[in-house]
Design a protein around this ligand. Structure first.
Ligand SMILES: [Zn+2]
Length: 150
């Protein structure tokens, strides 16, 4: 943060062209910080976020939860990691779980679309085998046969 503060002090105001832009952290939302820059000499100010937002949610938080899941870790490990790295963190387990639920919803949707696409491709490439599989599934649903996969 100190590096950024010093950097912004060197920048010129886009309105009055004087040096001395001040940076302050306005708020945080998990790992995302919202900043405000103000000019020391005029009334110019502007805000920005440290993370791109998707559906009004900072992407860094979702990516963090996704990364933790990828390495097989959860909220507690993420809490410790952020603390060790002196990073802001998701406020509580509920916030973390909300991100996990959003991820699972998206993963489920993408998986279903992928399976539908793969089934469509198989239908074109091997129409006879697919028709046989459909018959087998219908029989299984009726309880007429029991199928053991190799
Ligand atoms: Zn200014």
């Amino acid at each position: 943060m100190e590096v950024l503060l010093n950097l912004f002090l060197q920048l010129c105001c886009p309105r009055c062209f004087e040096e001395g832009i001040l940076l302050s952290e306005d708020s945080t939302y998990g790992l995302c910080s919202n900043f405000v820059i103000r000019c020391k000499h005029c009334d110019f100010y502007s805000g920005f976020s440290s993370s791109k937002k998707t559906l009004n949610c900072p992407e860094v938080n979702t990516r963090f939860v996704y990364g933790m899941r990828q390495i097989g870790k959860g909220f507690s490990a993420g809490f410790k990691l952020c603390g060790t790295l002196n990073l802001p963190r998701l406020s509580d387990k509920t916030a973390y779980t909300n991100h996990e639920n959003k991820l699972m919803s998206v993963i489920s949707e993408v998986s279903e679309l992928s399976m539908q696409k793969a089934a469509s491709e198989l239908l074109v490439l091997h129409p006879t085998k697919i028709k046989l599989l459909n018959v087998a599934f219908q029989l299984m649903e009726r309880g007429s046969v029991e199928v053991t996969l190799p």
